[in-house]
Design a protein around this ligand. Structure first.
Ligand code: NAD
Length: 438
Protein backbone atom coordinates (compact mmCIF):
# COMPACT_ATOMS: atom_id res chain seq x y z
CA UNK A 1 0.00 0.00 0.00
CA UNK A 2 1.12 3.61 -0.53
CA UNK A 3 1.06 5.34 2.85
CA UNK A 4 1.97 8.84 4.01
CA UNK A 5 2.90 9.44 7.64
CA UNK A 6 2.58 12.95 9.07
CA UNK A 7 4.72 13.62 12.13
CA UNK A 8 7.96 11.65 12.37
CA UNK A 9 8.50 11.61 16.13
CA UNK A 10 8.58 8.43 18.22
CA UNK A 11 5.28 7.13 16.89
CA UNK A 12 5.60 8.24 13.25
CA UNK A 13 9.25 7.22 12.74
CA UNK A 14 8.75 3.73 14.19
CA UNK A 15 5.56 3.25 12.15
CA UNK A 16 7.37 4.40 9.00
CA UNK A 17 10.21 1.94 9.55
CA UNK A 18 7.91 -1.00 10.41
CA UNK A 19 5.47 -0.38 7.54
CA UNK A 20 8.35 -0.11 5.05
CA UNK A 21 9.86 -3.31 6.52
CA UNK A 22 6.47 -4.99 5.95
CA UNK A 23 6.63 -4.12 2.23
CA UNK A 24 4.62 -0.88 2.00
CA UNK A 25 5.80 2.26 0.19
CA UNK A 26 5.94 5.03 2.77
CA UNK A 27 6.19 8.81 2.40
CA UNK A 28 7.35 10.52 5.60
CA UNK A 29 6.21 14.10 6.21
CA UNK A 30 7.38 16.46 8.93
CA UNK A 31 7.84 20.20 9.40
CA UNK A 32 11.28 19.51 10.87
CA UNK A 33 13.80 19.35 8.00
CA UNK A 34 16.46 17.79 10.24
CA UNK A 35 14.25 14.72 10.82
CA UNK A 36 13.55 14.41 7.10
CA UNK A 37 17.27 14.60 6.28
CA UNK A 38 18.07 11.87 8.78
CA UNK A 39 15.41 9.54 7.40
CA UNK A 40 16.45 10.26 3.81
CA UNK A 41 19.99 9.25 4.80
CA UNK A 42 18.74 5.98 6.33
CA UNK A 43 19.20 7.22 9.89
CA UNK A 44 16.74 7.31 12.77
CA UNK A 45 15.36 10.60 14.10
CA UNK A 46 14.57 8.97 17.48
CA UNK A 47 16.60 6.86 19.88
CA UNK A 48 14.84 3.50 20.02
CA UNK A 49 16.13 -0.04 20.33
CA UNK A 50 16.51 -1.58 16.86
CA UNK A 51 15.76 1.63 14.94
CA UNK A 52 19.35 2.23 13.69
CA UNK A 53 19.44 -1.14 11.94
CA UNK A 54 15.82 -1.02 10.77
CA UNK A 55 16.11 2.48 9.25
CA UNK A 56 19.29 1.49 7.39
CA UNK A 57 17.57 -1.65 6.10
CA UNK A 58 14.37 0.06 4.88
CA UNK A 59 16.26 2.99 3.33
CA UNK A 60 18.32 0.51 1.32
CA UNK A 61 15.08 -1.18 0.23
CA UNK A 62 14.05 2.03 -1.55
CA UNK A 63 10.48 2.09 -0.21
CA UNK A 64 10.87 5.24 1.93
CA UNK A 65 10.78 8.84 0.69
CA UNK A 66 10.38 12.08 2.63
CA UNK A 67 8.84 15.47 1.90
CA UNK A 68 7.64 18.64 3.63
CA UNK A 69 4.93 18.98 1.02
CA UNK A 70 1.49 17.84 2.23
CA UNK A 71 0.00 17.98 -1.27
CA UNK A 72 2.71 15.81 -2.75
CA UNK A 73 2.37 13.24 0.05
CA UNK A 74 -1.44 13.00 -0.18
CA UNK A 75 -1.48 12.81 -3.96
CA UNK A 76 1.07 9.98 -3.97
CA UNK A 77 -0.66 7.83 -1.33
CA UNK A 78 -4.07 6.33 -0.60
CA UNK A 79 -3.88 6.53 3.18
CA UNK A 80 -2.33 9.00 5.64
CA UNK A 81 -1.39 8.15 9.22
CA UNK A 82 -1.31 11.28 11.37
CA UNK A 83 1.01 11.17 14.38
CA UNK A 84 1.89 14.81 14.99
CA UNK A 85 2.45 15.89 18.60
CA UNK A 86 -0.46 16.82 20.90
CA UNK A 87 1.38 18.18 23.95
CA UNK A 88 0.00 19.91 27.05
CA UNK A 89 -0.90 23.59 26.82
CA UNK A 90 0.08 25.74 29.85
CA UNK A 91 -3.47 25.41 31.27
CA UNK A 92 -3.38 21.60 31.02
CA UNK A 93 -5.59 21.34 27.98
CA UNK A 94 -4.39 19.51 24.90
CA UNK A 95 -2.49 21.79 22.51
CA UNK A 96 -4.02 20.85 19.16
CA UNK A 97 -2.32 23.56 17.12
CA UNK A 98 -0.30 21.11 14.98
CA UNK A 99 -3.12 18.67 14.27
CA UNK A 100 -5.64 21.42 13.50
CA UNK A 101 -3.25 23.11 11.08
CA UNK A 102 -2.49 19.80 9.42
CA UNK A 103 -6.19 18.88 9.15
CA UNK A 104 -6.82 22.18 7.41
CA UNK A 105 -3.95 21.51 4.96
CA UNK A 106 -5.16 17.96 4.32
CA UNK A 107 -8.67 19.26 3.59
CA UNK A 108 -7.34 21.73 1.03
CA UNK A 109 -5.48 18.96 -0.81
CA UNK A 110 -8.42 16.54 -0.66
CA UNK A 111 -10.50 19.21 -2.44
CA UNK A 112 -8.35 18.53 -5.53
CA UNK A 113 -7.88 14.78 -5.14
CA UNK A 114 -10.17 12.57 -7.21
CA UNK A 115 -9.94 9.25 -5.30
CA UNK A 116 -11.32 9.28 -1.71
CA UNK A 117 -8.35 9.66 0.63
CA UNK A 118 -8.24 7.85 4.00
CA UNK A 119 -6.96 9.74 7.05
CA UNK A 120 -6.13 7.73 10.16
CA UNK A 121 -5.54 9.87 13.24
CA UNK A 122 -3.03 8.13 15.49
CA UNK A 123 -2.08 11.04 17.73
CA UNK A 124 -3.71 10.83 21.14
CA UNK A 125 -6.72 13.16 20.96
CA UNK A 126 -9.09 14.52 23.60
CA UNK A 127 -12.41 12.65 23.21
CA UNK A 128 -14.62 14.41 20.68
CA UNK A 129 -11.77 16.02 18.74
CA UNK A 130 -12.32 14.11 15.48
CA UNK A 131 -16.11 14.51 15.47
CA UNK A 132 -16.28 18.07 16.76
CA UNK A 133 -13.11 19.70 15.39
CA UNK A 134 -11.22 17.77 12.74
CA UNK A 135 -14.05 16.34 10.62
CA UNK A 136 -15.94 19.67 10.29
CA UNK A 137 -12.65 21.40 9.45
CA UNK A 138 -11.67 18.90 6.75
CA UNK A 139 -15.20 18.93 5.31
CA UNK A 140 -15.10 22.72 5.14
CA UNK A 141 -11.64 22.91 3.56
CA UNK A 142 -12.26 20.08 1.08
CA UNK A 143 -15.88 20.88 0.21
CA UNK A 144 -16.48 17.11 0.53
CA UNK A 145 -18.25 14.87 3.03
CA UNK A 146 -16.63 12.27 5.29
CA UNK A 147 -17.63 8.85 3.95
CA UNK A 148 -17.94 10.17 0.39
CA UNK A 149 -15.00 12.34 -0.70
CA UNK A 150 -12.67 11.05 2.03
CA UNK A 151 -12.71 8.73 5.07
CA UNK A 152 -11.68 9.57 8.62
CA UNK A 153 -10.97 7.24 11.48
CA UNK A 154 -9.06 7.15 14.75
CA UNK A 155 -6.68 4.36 15.69
CA UNK A 156 -4.99 4.82 19.07
CA UNK A 157 -1.31 3.95 19.26
CA UNK A 158 -0.16 1.72 22.13
CA UNK A 159 3.60 1.57 21.63
CA UNK A 160 5.88 2.56 24.48
CA UNK A 161 9.13 4.42 24.07
CA UNK A 162 12.07 2.11 24.66
CA UNK A 163 10.32 -0.96 23.28
CA UNK A 164 8.38 0.56 20.42
CA UNK A 165 9.36 -1.81 17.59
CA UNK A 166 8.46 -4.80 19.77
CA UNK A 167 5.22 -3.08 20.82
CA UNK A 168 4.41 -2.25 17.18
CA UNK A 169 4.67 -5.96 16.35
CA UNK A 170 2.85 -7.17 19.46
CA UNK A 171 0.27 -4.56 20.53
CA UNK A 172 -2.30 -5.47 23.20
CA UNK A 173 -4.93 -5.10 20.46
CA UNK A 174 -5.81 -2.98 17.46
CA UNK A 175 -8.69 -0.55 18.04
CA UNK A 176 -10.22 1.40 15.19
CA UNK A 177 -12.86 4.04 15.80
CA UNK A 178 -14.71 4.67 12.55
CA UNK A 179 -18.14 5.63 11.30
CA UNK A 180 -17.77 3.96 7.87
CA UNK A 181 -16.43 0.50 6.85
CA UNK A 182 -13.90 1.66 4.21
CA UNK A 183 -11.06 2.78 6.50
CA UNK A 184 -11.53 -0.31 8.68
CA UNK A 185 -11.02 -2.57 5.66
CA UNK A 186 -7.79 -0.77 4.73
CA UNK A 187 -6.46 -0.90 8.28
CA UNK A 188 -7.19 -4.64 8.41
CA UNK A 189 -4.86 -4.98 5.41
CA UNK A 190 -2.17 -3.02 7.27
CA UNK A 191 -2.52 -4.40 10.79
CA UNK A 192 -4.76 -7.50 10.51
CA UNK A 193 -1.72 -9.83 10.54
CA UNK A 194 -0.65 -8.73 14.02
CA UNK A 195 -1.04 -11.38 16.76
CA UNK A 196 -3.88 -9.58 18.57
CA UNK A 197 -7.60 -8.87 18.39
CA UNK A 198 -8.88 -6.24 15.98
CA UNK A 199 -11.75 -4.22 17.50
CA UNK A 200 -13.89 -1.62 15.80
CA UNK A 201 -15.83 0.98 17.76
CA UNK A 202 -17.02 4.57 17.53
CA UNK A 203 -14.42 7.32 17.03
CA UNK A 204 -15.30 8.87 20.40
CA UNK A 205 -14.97 5.57 22.28
CA UNK A 206 -11.57 4.95 20.64
CA UNK A 207 -10.37 8.43 21.63
CA UNK A 208 -11.65 7.95 25.18
CA UNK A 209 -10.23 4.47 25.66
CA UNK A 210 -6.74 5.73 24.82
CA UNK A 211 -7.02 8.40 27.54
CA UNK A 212 -8.43 5.75 29.84
CA UNK A 213 -5.48 3.38 29.18
CA UNK A 214 -2.90 6.06 29.95
CA UNK A 215 -4.78 7.18 33.07
CA UNK A 216 -5.00 3.58 34.24
CA UNK A 217 -1.28 3.09 33.76
CA UNK A 218 -0.58 6.27 35.75
CA UNK A 219 -3.00 5.05 38.45
CA UNK A 220 -1.27 1.66 38.68
CA UNK A 221 2.19 3.20 39.02
CA UNK A 222 0.96 5.63 41.66
CA UNK A 223 -0.81 2.85 43.55
CA UNK A 224 2.39 0.80 43.68
CA UNK A 225 4.42 3.84 44.73
CA UNK A 226 2.02 5.00 47.45
CA UNK A 227 1.91 1.43 48.76
CA UNK A 228 5.73 1.39 48.76
CA UNK A 229 5.95 4.66 50.73
CA UNK A 230 3.65 3.24 53.40
CA UNK A 231 5.50 -0.11 53.39
CA UNK A 232 8.78 1.71 53.91
CA UNK A 233 7.73 3.34 57.17
CA UNK A 234 6.07 0.14 58.35
CA UNK A 235 9.21 -1.91 57.68
CA UNK A 236 7.54 -4.13 55.08
CA UNK A 237 9.15 -5.13 51.78
CA UNK A 238 7.00 -3.36 49.12
CA UNK A 239 8.25 -5.67 46.35
CA UNK A 240 7.08 -8.73 48.21
CA UNK A 241 3.73 -7.09 48.98
CA UNK A 242 3.07 -5.96 45.39
CA UNK A 243 4.25 -9.29 44.02
CA UNK A 244 1.68 -11.09 46.19
CA UNK A 245 -0.99 -8.53 45.29
CA UNK A 246 -0.36 -9.19 41.58
CA UNK A 247 -0.59 -12.94 42.00
CA UNK A 248 -4.32 -12.65 42.68
CA UNK A 249 -5.65 -12.77 39.15
CA UNK A 250 -9.25 -13.23 40.31
CA UNK A 251 -9.84 -9.96 42.10
CA UNK A 252 -6.68 -7.84 41.67
CA UNK A 253 -5.20 -8.22 38.19
CA UNK A 254 -8.47 -8.94 36.43
CA UNK A 255 -11.61 -7.21 35.12
CA UNK A 256 -13.13 -7.50 38.61
CA UNK A 257 -14.24 -4.11 40.00
CA UNK A 258 -13.68 -2.40 36.66
CA UNK A 259 -17.29 -2.19 35.56
CA UNK A 260 -18.89 1.23 35.99
CA UNK A 261 -21.69 1.06 38.54
CA UNK A 262 -22.50 2.46 41.95
CA UNK A 263 -20.27 3.51 44.82
CA UNK A 264 -18.58 0.91 47.00
CA UNK A 265 -19.50 0.35 50.63
CA UNK A 266 -19.75 -2.52 53.03
CA UNK A 267 -17.87 -3.54 56.09
CA UNK A 268 -14.36 -3.67 54.61
CA UNK A 269 -13.31 -1.18 51.93
CA UNK A 270 -14.27 2.14 53.59
CA UNK A 271 -12.97 0.99 56.98
CA UNK A 272 -9.63 -0.23 55.60
CA UNK A 273 -9.10 2.92 53.59
CA UNK A 274 -9.76 5.08 56.65
CA UNK A 275 -7.35 3.00 58.73
CA UNK A 276 -4.70 3.15 55.99
CA UNK A 277 -4.94 6.93 55.95
CA UNK A 278 -4.71 7.05 59.72
CA UNK A 279 -1.57 4.89 59.66
CA UNK A 280 -0.05 7.16 57.03
CA UNK A 281 -0.94 10.28 59.03
CA UNK A 282 0.65 8.98 62.21
CA UNK A 283 3.86 8.27 60.26
CA UNK A 284 3.87 11.51 58.29
CA UNK A 285 3.44 9.78 54.94
CA UNK A 286 1.38 11.58 52.32
CA UNK A 287 -0.82 9.34 50.18
CA UNK A 288 -2.95 11.74 48.13
CA UNK A 289 -4.30 9.16 45.72
CA UNK A 290 -5.47 6.68 48.34
CA UNK A 291 -6.57 9.60 50.52
CA UNK A 292 -9.01 10.81 47.87
CA UNK A 293 -10.75 7.54 47.12
CA UNK A 294 -13.44 7.98 49.77
CA UNK A 295 -14.03 11.53 48.54
CA UNK A 296 -14.58 10.28 45.03
CA UNK A 297 -16.87 7.55 46.32
CA UNK A 298 -18.96 10.11 48.21
CA UNK A 299 -19.24 12.22 45.04
CA UNK A 300 -20.55 9.16 43.20
CA UNK A 301 -23.35 8.77 45.76
CA UNK A 302 -24.12 12.49 45.48
CA UNK A 303 -24.21 12.14 41.70
CA UNK A 304 -26.88 9.43 41.96
CA UNK A 305 -28.89 11.50 44.47
CA UNK A 306 -28.71 14.50 42.13
CA UNK A 307 -30.04 12.37 39.26
CA UNK A 308 -33.07 11.38 41.35
CA UNK A 309 -33.71 14.95 42.53
CA UNK A 310 -33.28 16.39 39.03
CA UNK A 311 -35.89 13.96 37.67
CA UNK A 312 -38.56 15.78 39.70
CA UNK A 313 -40.11 12.40 40.62
CA UNK A 314 -41.31 12.11 44.23
CA UNK A 315 -42.35 8.46 44.63
CA UNK A 316 -39.12 6.52 44.71
CA UNK A 317 -38.80 2.74 44.74
CA UNK A 318 -35.44 1.43 45.90
CA UNK A 319 -34.63 -2.05 44.66
CA UNK A 320 -31.80 -3.33 46.83
CA UNK A 321 -30.52 -1.84 50.06
CA UNK A 322 -27.51 -3.93 51.10
CA UNK A 323 -24.07 -2.83 49.96
CA UNK A 324 -24.11 -5.45 47.21
CA UNK A 325 -26.37 -8.03 45.63
CA UNK A 326 -26.75 -11.29 47.52
CA UNK A 327 -26.00 -10.11 51.07
CA UNK A 328 -27.98 -8.53 53.89
CA UNK A 329 -24.99 -6.49 55.06
CA UNK A 330 -26.19 -2.90 55.31
CA UNK A 331 -23.05 -1.46 56.89
CA UNK A 332 -21.87 1.60 54.97
CA UNK A 333 -24.16 0.63 52.11
CA UNK A 334 -24.29 3.57 49.69
CA UNK A 335 -27.96 2.72 49.09
CA UNK A 336 -28.71 3.26 52.78
CA UNK A 337 -26.95 6.62 52.65
CA UNK A 338 -28.87 7.49 49.49
CA UNK A 339 -32.19 6.45 51.07
CA UNK A 340 -31.42 8.57 54.13
CA UNK A 341 -30.73 11.57 51.92
CA UNK A 342 -33.84 11.13 49.75
CA UNK A 343 -36.04 10.86 52.85
CA UNK A 344 -34.40 14.01 54.19
CA UNK A 345 -35.46 15.77 50.98
CA UNK A 346 -39.06 14.78 51.66
CA UNK A 347 -39.40 12.14 48.95
CA UNK A 348 -41.62 9.10 49.43
CA UNK A 349 -39.56 5.94 49.55
CA UNK A 350 -40.40 2.24 49.30
CA UNK A 351 -37.62 -0.30 49.58
CA UNK A 352 -37.30 -3.91 48.45
CA UNK A 353 -34.31 -6.19 49.06
CA UNK A 354 -34.94 -9.96 49.06
CA UNK A 355 -31.99 -10.56 51.41
CA UNK A 356 -32.84 -7.96 54.04
CA UNK A 357 -35.14 -9.31 56.79
CA UNK A 358 -35.41 -6.81 59.59
CA UNK A 359 -35.97 -9.41 62.29
CA UNK A 360 -32.66 -11.06 61.36
CA UNK A 361 -30.47 -7.94 61.50
CA UNK A 362 -28.07 -8.12 64.41
CA UNK A 363 -25.01 -6.41 65.89
CA UNK A 364 -23.18 -3.77 63.89
CA UNK A 365 -25.53 -4.30 60.95
CA UNK A 366 -28.57 -3.48 63.13
CA UNK A 367 -26.83 -0.49 64.76
CA UNK A 368 -25.89 0.97 61.38
CA UNK A 369 -29.44 0.80 60.02
CA UNK A 370 -30.95 2.09 63.29
CA UNK A 371 -28.68 5.13 63.07
CA UNK A 372 -29.33 5.92 59.40
CA UNK A 373 -32.86 4.64 58.69
CA UNK A 374 -34.56 4.30 62.10
CA UNK A 375 -38.02 3.92 60.51
CA UNK A 376 -36.95 1.33 57.98
CA UNK A 377 -39.81 -0.98 59.01
CA UNK A 378 -42.34 1.43 57.51
CA UNK A 379 -40.38 1.70 54.25
CA UNK A 380 -39.96 -1.95 53.34
CA UNK A 381 -42.30 -3.09 50.56
CA UNK A 382 -44.05 -6.47 50.48
CA UNK A 383 -42.51 -7.58 47.20
CA UNK A 384 -40.73 -6.21 44.17
CA UNK A 385 -43.90 -5.95 42.07
CA UNK A 386 -45.68 -3.76 44.62
CA UNK A 387 -42.64 -1.50 45.04
CA UNK A 388 -42.49 -1.07 41.26
CA UNK A 389 -46.23 -0.39 41.06
CA UNK A 390 -46.09 2.30 43.75
CA UNK A 391 -43.14 4.27 42.33
CA UNK A 392 -42.54 6.65 39.50
CA UNK A 393 -38.74 6.34 39.68
CA UNK A 394 -36.90 3.14 40.54
CA UNK A 395 -33.39 3.16 41.94
CA UNK A 396 -32.05 -0.29 41.10
CA UNK A 397 -29.13 -1.53 43.14
CA UNK A 398 -29.65 -5.25 42.49
CA UNK A 399 -27.76 -6.63 39.52
CA UNK A 400 -29.19 -10.14 39.40
CA UNK A 401 -31.09 -11.78 36.56
CA UNK A 402 -34.35 -12.30 38.49
CA UNK A 403 -34.64 -8.60 39.34
CA UNK A 404 -33.89 -7.68 35.72
CA UNK A 405 -36.67 -10.00 34.51
CA UNK A 406 -39.26 -8.61 36.96
CA UNK A 407 -38.31 -5.05 36.02
CA UNK A 408 -38.73 -5.81 32.34
CA UNK A 409 -42.13 -7.33 33.01
CA UNK A 410 -43.50 -4.75 35.44
CA UNK A 411 -42.00 -1.33 34.63
CA UNK A 412 -44.66 0.86 33.01
CA UNK A 413 -44.30 3.54 30.39
CA UNK A 414 -43.47 6.82 32.09
CA UNK A 415 -41.53 5.20 34.92
CA UNK A 416 -37.82 5.86 35.12
CA UNK A 417 -35.28 3.21 36.05
CA UNK A 418 -32.02 4.54 37.51
CA UNK A 419 -29.71 1.54 37.20
CA UNK A 420 -26.92 1.60 39.76
CA UNK A 421 -25.97 -2.05 39.27
CA UNK A 422 -25.62 -2.45 35.50
CA UNK A 423 -28.18 -5.09 34.80
CA UNK A 424 -27.53 -8.35 33.06
CA UNK A 425 -29.61 -7.41 30.05
CA UNK A 426 -31.11 -4.00 29.60
CA UNK A 427 -33.09 -4.69 26.46
CA UNK A 428 -36.79 -4.24 27.03
CA UNK A 429 -36.36 -1.16 29.18
CA UNK A 430 -35.40 1.17 26.35
CA UNK A 431 -36.73 4.66 26.72
CA UNK A 432 -37.39 4.24 30.45
CA UNK A 433 -33.83 3.42 31.30
CA UNK A 434 -31.43 5.88 32.88
CA UNK A 435 -27.97 4.66 33.77
CA UNK A 436 -26.04 6.41 36.50
CA UNK A 437 -23.55 7.96 34.12
CA UNK A 438 -25.44 8.44 30.91
N1 NAD B 1 5.61 8.74 22.38
C1 NAD B 1 4.84 7.70 22.67
O1 NAD B 1 5.29 6.72 23.27
C2 NAD B 1 3.41 7.69 22.25
C3 NAD B 1 2.66 6.50 22.37
C4 NAD B 1 1.33 6.51 21.95
C5 NAD B 1 0.75 7.66 21.45
N2 NAD B 1 1.51 8.81 21.38
C6 NAD B 1 0.86 10.00 20.80
O2 NAD B 1 1.29 10.09 19.45
C7 NAD B 1 1.46 11.46 19.08
C8 NAD B 1 2.89 11.70 18.63
O3 NAD B 1 3.74 11.41 19.71
P1 NAD B 1 5.32 11.47 19.53
O4 NAD B 1 5.90 11.11 20.84
O5 NAD B 1 5.71 10.68 18.32
O6 NAD B 1 5.51 13.04 19.22
P2 NAD B 1 6.84 13.83 18.85
O7 NAD B 1 6.72 15.15 19.50
O8 NAD B 1 8.03 12.97 19.10
O9 NAD B 1 6.70 14.01 17.27
C9 NAD B 1 5.71 14.77 16.67
C10 NAD B 1 6.22 15.18 15.30
O10 NAD B 1 5.18 15.87 14.61
C11 NAD B 1 5.82 16.85 13.80
N3 NAD B 1 4.84 17.81 13.29
C12 NAD B 1 4.25 18.85 13.93
N4 NAD B 1 3.41 19.49 13.09
C13 NAD B 1 3.44 18.84 11.91
C14 NAD B 1 2.77 19.01 10.66
N5 NAD B 1 1.88 19.99 10.48
N6 NAD B 1 3.06 18.15 9.66
C15 NAD B 1 3.96 17.15 9.85
N7 NAD B 1 4.62 16.94 11.01
C16 NAD B 1 4.36 17.76 12.04
C17 NAD B 1 6.89 17.41 14.71
O11 NAD B 1 7.88 18.13 14.00
C18 NAD B 1 7.41 16.13 15.35
O12 NAD B 1 8.48 15.59 14.60
C19 NAD B 1 1.05 12.26 20.31
O13 NAD B 1 -0.31 12.59 20.21
C20 NAD B 1 1.26 11.31 21.45
O14 NAD B 1 0.45 11.62 22.56
C21 NAD B 1 2.82 8.84 21.75
Amino acid sequence: MNISIFGLGYVGAVSLACLARDGHRVVGVDVDQAKLDLIAAGKTPVVEEGMVELMAEVAAGGRVTVTRDTRDAVMRTELSLVSVGTPSAPNGSQDQTAIVRLASDLGAVIRDKKAPHVIVFRSTLAPGTVDDVLRPLIERESGKKDGEGFHLCFQPEFLREGSSIRDYDRPPYTIVGASTPEPVALLKQLFGHLPCKFHTTSVRAAEMMKYCCNNFHALKITFANETARLCEVLGVDPFEVMDLVCQDTQLNISPAYLKPGFAFGGSCLPKELRATMYLAKTRDVELPMLGNILNSNRLHIEHAIAKVLESGRRKIGMVGLAFKTGTDDLRESPLVLMAEHLLGKGLQLRIYDPEVHLSNLLGANRRFIDRHLPHIGALIGRDLESVIAGSDLLVVGLGDRTTAEVLKRCVRDGQIVLDLAPMVDRSGLDGRYMGLCW
